[in-house]
Write a protein that binds this ligand. Sequence first.
Ligand code: 14H
Length: 262
Amino acid sequence: AQPQIEAVLEDIVHKPYTGPEHKLTPLVNEHVGKYSKYVFEPVESGDGNWQLAHEDGDMKVYRRELEEDGVVVDPLKAQHIVKGLSAFEMCKYFFDKDTRLDWEGTVESFKVLDKLADDSVVFHQLHKRVWPSTQRETVFCSHICMLTNAPRPENMVGHTWMVCNFSMEHPSVPITSKMIRATLNVGLVCQTIINRQVEPGQESSITRDDVSCKIIYAANVNPGGWAPPSVVRTIAKREITKFLKKISSCAQKAVLEQPLTL
Ligand code: 14H
């Protein structure tokens, strides 16, 4: 089945959300192009050595054990289903910096370094000290877009949305010895599932009670310096689980009083 899956993933194309082109457009396209396919590579087929690391209701967290130069860089992938909101609403909530600190448990503070367009922003983040060692910082570009031709789960309505966050360097924040520069590449892909039959042309009758958001979240984290492997693995699993639970409940609350945007 592998060549078939590869052919399907090859077809995925991303469309900018709003933005005009900017100086990082080629870099964004390169990352989104790669990550939009990677996110959809199956974890359950048994190949690729993905292991189910955690399961809780609709949430499943998978990991592939990997070390580079003695540093744990396990790729992580998670799936979750959140009731009462659409793919677009979830991605927009994840992308929106103004509500980030309501749900983001790993960040102490952040700063916008570059607003490239409405759909592409560069951030510098200081992370909370998670183990008794040097504090971590990250510099990354965050981009929101629509994906076309992505594989569609059963009962999906509307479009596939994605937020791609990838580490980069930025001249205004040189690497210093005071902090460790961690690097992450993250893809959050969302699709809206409908739980009842809707006749063609009746889409405007769809309400919040009819929909759920299917999330696939993939993260490749390099802590940027040695830390005990068992500690990194425990923290990574704990943080990704906490993150998915927290952002889901915060996003549900945030959209509650608003009309559904498919
Ligand atoms: O995705 C998450 N947060 C966003 C918004 O803050 C930023 C993140 C990112 C940061 C920096 C560079 C690129 C991307 O996407 C939620 C993160 C959840 C935690 C994932 C697992 C953490 C593993 C901890 C290991 C220690 C590394 C410092």
